[in-house]
Design a protein around this ligand. Sequence first.
Ligand SMILES: *Cc1c(COP(=O)(O)O)cnc(C)c1O
Length: 397
Amino acid sequence: MIAEQINYQVNKLGFYGEFGGSYIPELLYENVEQLRKQYLHIMAEPGFEQDYNALLKDYVGRPTPLYFAERLSSYFQTNIYLKREDLCHTGAHKINNTIGQILLAKRLGKTRIIAETGAGQHGVATATVCALAGLECIIYMGAKDVERQAPNVARMKLLGARVEPVYSGSQTLKDATNEAIRDWINHPQQTHYIIGSVVGPHPYPDMVARFQSVISQEIQAQLLSKICRNYPDVIVACVGGGSNAAGAFYHYLENSKVKLVAVEAAGRGINSGASAATSVLGTKGIIHGSKTLLMQTKDGQIIEPHSISAGLDYPGIGPLHAHLIETGRAKAVHVRDEEAIGAVHQLSRLEGIIPALETAHALAALKYLDLKPHQVVVVNLSGRGDKDLDQILSYKL
Ligand SMILES: *Cc1c(COP(=O)(O)O)cnc(C)c1O
């Protein structure tokens, strides 16, 4: 029997299986439609590719190394390679996407950039590329987050961005997103909205995945030169919205020899009421313009997620990942706050690398994977832990 071929690429209407699409207010239709019609054309222009690659190389610092972690490997009795996105300018993978979108915004003739941010990481990556391109930058951020994330607020301001605190609702990420969308509706002509993950209405999830796909493109070439084979047996990445995972999986989606592992934050435990384990706790619904799995009440109110890592503290999951998990192509693993803290300490001591709390979830998942001595495992090291030091040191195990 021939197995039915499942397609993991987005279709013409913006769907991955039944997830995705574009559920947006009428007033944004023209903006999103302009982006949808043009993103692939613009990204395929030789001039665009040249500019994008040149900035990735000289500004971001790509290619990032693929590092064989010898002591970590011997601890887990397998072969572990770390894809060092933590070495990117600004300390994480997010800049791969913001560089791409700022170049796209310029070609679309936009003069004003808006974005939302929770912990401030995407805000900093956006403010950075706005400074680079000389474009106006407005970052929406929940008032509570503005208080909690003072160093990132200071960075954004230093980079020339205006940070707008949002006082509605729970004064966190989802409220900031609503406010950014409101701004977009009011200034559709001049404004490009830089979304920071593989979420939002089509074409954002596909566009962001393509910008991040440089990660797996590099892994292919790097593995080829290290092990004479361009794919690993397993790839592990943490998932908030899912952009670093999408980038690490991208060129392996159709290669069934590669096992894909998506690690979500279980917070204080999946059934503790304080978690961000969307793939188990989520139900189908619409969030930020796309149909996907999200944590919601029976009445469709969003349930506040919890994770120790701000970047995984999101009530939804990108539509690509909802599809990958539902079809069984990717395996979802859940890691609690304290396990992530343990993994930060472990990698710091074994390899001299302090990972971000988000990334630590991917590392903590290794113990659940039943890894074998002959296997090759790539962990996407999405970011560095400097931003999390206070939280790591003050955590009571
Ligand atoms: C933002 C962030 C994440 C989560 O976002 P994704 O879109 O799921 O990749 C993961 N790791 C780091 C270091 C981050 O800053």
